[in-house]
Design a protein around this ligand. Structure first.
Ligand code: AMP
Length: 506
């Protein structure tokens, strides 16, 4: 691939294209031509604020059309877009600003006052604001800037387009450096694989500080010349109100759990839809089945991560197998290895998932040691996920490597135990964790969520598992909770559970 700015790959972004890009819930429509002009304005403002090629632009703002335009402006100016989770506190933000040393930081108007000293200490040249209603200091400057801009040509294929900080459930989160090439290659592959066309309308209820909402959803739309219904967040009422105007939806499993529970989810309400995609956390086979029973749609599950973009996807045509994330996407190579030796394992065996391809990031920002530790000498990235590949090439994720339970020296894969528990009548879901245990090192512990009115107790769960799982895999304790702790992307926070139950076995 010749080096080209990702912006230029979004060929629909041009002054002559009056097709819609963003359809806002209030009826406002932003066309591709509007976005092209606005991105030029943003790029001019960034340059005038002192942003040079390769400089970071840190952005912690609520989801808005303007935030997308700022992303596009960064691409045009050759700046590195660095979105930050809106949930981060000023203390956390201080770490990110010090680590990333951005030239410019853009924050919500209400957050500005509290961040001035933090930004100054981090050497930020300009602290600007951007609100959800087109307000803020950045927008005042944007309004006065010219509507055309010569998009920066890249010198090399590896120039950075974005840095996304990983969610960092253990230790400090790290900045994943993503090149224009990383993002372009994945957007292309996904557009073709999922058959996105200019006529498509994507229902977008995801956050845009994360790879899912920003790159999987928006880059695919932009490269296809399609449009999105751009909702501020997932809200079941809004989703069902806008669903009739959409053709496709991308979501995290929690969206689909909530939709499947809603009586408005019917065959008629979804008959015009062509695709529902799920990712970022495991979709329970039960949710897949419930959704299919109610709508006839088999949710398409895919697998990826901040560092790699998307690696695998269930097929568009062909079997979408519940509980799997499908075969490897075109251009991506995936292998399963023994985590200790790095030796490749035969089909069907569980091991560490490693991937290689144009989608895989350039390394961790200012962290060459960590980067070196996570790549094999032959260029494969060690994902940290455990999984297996069946004879048809379908990949199943068994869990994060660090969630593996080692009890009495034996490995227990949480998913295997969770699947058995989840299959019991009255169980909604479960999380299996390892908790410090003086005899076994770790004791297998199951945290279970029951349906309303279910009478299952610890003894009944243990009894049911007796005949199904080897003794060492059977939980030493089964505890019941109303909900499992989850982050914004729907991932169960096992580290938090391990902390809560750290002293369970004394
Ligand atoms: P993030 O970098 O926040 O996107 O998180 C990436 C991680 O989410 C992966 O390494 C997996 O552990 C998990 N993940 C993403 N998609 C799936 C999926 N379809 N099934 C199971 N886990 C997933």
């Amino acid at each position: 691939m010749t080096p080209d700015n990702l912006y230029n790959r979004f060929t629909a972004l041009n002054p002559a294209n009056t097709a819609p890009l963003l359809r806002m819930p209030d009826g406002r429509i932003l066309t591709y031509a509007d976005a092209d002009a606005a991105a030029a304005r943003f790029a001019h403002v960034l340059v005038s604020l002192g942003v040079n090629r390769g400089d970071r632009v840190a952005v912690q703002v609520e989801k808005s059309a303007e935030a997308i335009l700022l992303y596009l402006g960064c691409l045009r100016a050759g700046a590195v877009f660095l979105p930050l989770n809106t949930a981060y506190t000023p203390v956390e933000l201080a770490y990110f600003l010090a680590d990333a040393a951005p030239a410019v930081a853009v924050v919500s108007p209400k957050a500005q006052a509290g961040l001035e000293s933090v930004a100054r200490e981090a050497g930020v040249k300009a602290l600007e604001t951007l609100g959800v209603d087109g307000d803020g200091t950045l927008m005042e400057k944007v309004a006065k800037a010219p509507a055309s801009f010569a998009t920066l040509a890249l010198d090399t294929i590896n120039e950075l387009a974005a840095i996304l900080y990983t969610s960092g459930t253990t230790g400090r989160s790290k900045g994943a450096m993503l090149s224009h090439e990383n993002l372009a290659s994945n957007a292309w592959v996904l557009r073709d694989f999922w058959r996105f066309k200019p006529e498509d309308v994507l229902l977008h209820a995801l956050p845009i500080y994360h790879t899912h909402g920003l790159f999987v959803a928006m880059n695919v739309i932009l490269i296809a010349g399609a449009s999105t219904i751009f909702l501020p967040r997932f809200d079941a009422d809004a989703v069902f109100a806008h669903l009739p105007h959409a053709t496709t939806m991308m979501g995290v499993p929690t969206f689909y759990v909530r939709m499947a529970d809603d009586q408005r989810l019917t065959r008629e309400a979804t008959s015009h839809m062509r695709l529902f995609v799920s990712g970022s956390a495991p979709l329970l086979a039960e949710t897949h089945r419930a959704f299919r029973d109610k709508t006839g749609h088999a949710i398409l599950e895919r697998y990826g991560m901040t560092e790699t973009n998307m690696n695998t996807s269930n097929p568009y045509d062909g079997d979408r197998v519940a509980g799997t994330v499908g075969p490897t996407l075109p251009g991506v190579t995936l292998r399963i290895v023994n985590p200790e030796t790095g030796r490749q394992l035969p089909s069907g065996e569980i091991g560490m998932i490693e991937v290689k391809g144009p989608n895989v990031f350039r390394g961790y920002w200012q962290n060459p040691e960590k980067t070196k530790a996570e790549f094999r000498p032959d260029g494969f990235f060690i994902t940290g996920d455990l999984g297996k590949v069946d004879w048809k090439g379908y990949v199943t994720i068994v869990g994060r490597g660090k969630d593996l339970v080692i009890t009495g020296g034996l490995n227990v894969y949480p998913k295997e135990v969770e699947s058995e528990i989840d299959a019991l009548p009255g169980v909604i879901e479960s999380a299996v964790i390892g908790v410090p245990h003086k005899d076994f090192g770790e004791g297998v512990t199951a945290i279970v969520v029951l349906t309303k009115g279910a009478t299952l107790d610890e003894a009944a769960v243990l009894k049911a598992l007796e005949a199904r799982l080897a003794k060492f895999k059977q939980p030493k304790r089964v505890l019941f909770v109303d909900d499992l702790p989850r982050n914004a992307m729907g991932k169960v926070q096992k580290a938090a559970l391990r902390e809560t139950y750290a002293r369970l076995f004394g």
